[in-house]
Design a protein around this ligand. Sequence first.
Ligand code: AMP
Ligand code: MG
Length: 370
Amino acid sequence: MDTKILVLEDYISTGKLSETDMEKLEEAAAVIKNGGLAAFPTETVYGLGGNALMKDAAKKIYAAKGRPSDNPLIVHISDLKDLKGIVRDIPEAAVLLSERFWPGPMTMIFNKSEEIPYETTGGLDTVAVRFPSDPVASLLISYAKVPIAAPSANLSGRPSTTSAEHCIEDLSGRVDMIVDGGSCRIGLESTIIDVTGRDPVLLRPGAVTKEMLESVLDREVIEDAAIKGPLKGGIRPKAPGMKYRHYAPKAPMVLVAPESAGHTAYVADKIMEILRERQPEFEKIAILCSEECLKELEEKADGETDRADIRLTGSRSDTAGIARGLFKHLREFDEDKADFIIAEGYPEDELGLAVMNRLKKAAAWQLIYV
Ligand code: AMP
Ligand code: MG
């Protein structure tokens, strides 16, 4: 299949959609409406979009991603009015959360209406819905005049894509179209919250943090067990996608995390210890860490012997910056042909919970607390 790449040149250079850009979005919208697939940017990550009301579109999405078909898709809307047709009921918690966080990087789970085929929901009676704020995504959805089912636009098992370049790398030849709208502002997938039960449950942490959800709902939000640790055999996570090895570079990775913010100073010591231990075994060790950690490592290093490729996440104090660049770094380790990766972990509050969730999964839960 030939994949047509539509570059939103004016939007990328000025931040504003021009007439020409909008014509391109109309073209992509027509592809989706008529049952084809188009990948497009959102504020979280790139999405691989198909018509959420068409069974065959969902099947095509699973095939293009190489994704197991029990892993449900998120349905994207561009107007709150579109919610009614695709869900059976709108709980009070969903009203509160949508008022505060939509449009934005939050997905809610609802009981699905008959409009939504089981192919889209991976056989579930519930449907995940998001109303993105990104201007490209929202205009595309409104042009399509149908809700758009869009999982992250990556091959299954690889890190989500946060630029068109990565999207092309994974999906060229597998989809009809890729819309290049530059880099994603947030860089991590949306927060997912299940509002179908008596208690709201956080299924996947994202830029709308647990603390933010709790402050709007004025009550505690339960965290699904799959967020912080590997699930014990036989237990299924509530978000089926959370069970898959994900976001993973090819090389084995170990994560060194502080037990609390006060333990941050011990992280570099441990990273250095692991580096020295593993050097005889591996040729190309890579370290993913903050600027502050690098400084501490440099103070400890013996220049002659302690060699590693360093990739910087940014400053420890800028969790949003760390989030934005994370998937790009995870992909770069494959390009660099790193054979072992040591990554710095961060405290798990606010956006740190989402960053650590993705890092832990990339490390296949190989985690050392200091
Ligand atoms: P992605 O679109 O690649 O960001 O992945 C979508 C995520 O949403 C996966 O982890 C899915 O398991 C989860 N998800 C989608 N629909 C549902 C649903 N109805 N119930 C629970 N989780 C869902
Ligand atoms: Mg995904």
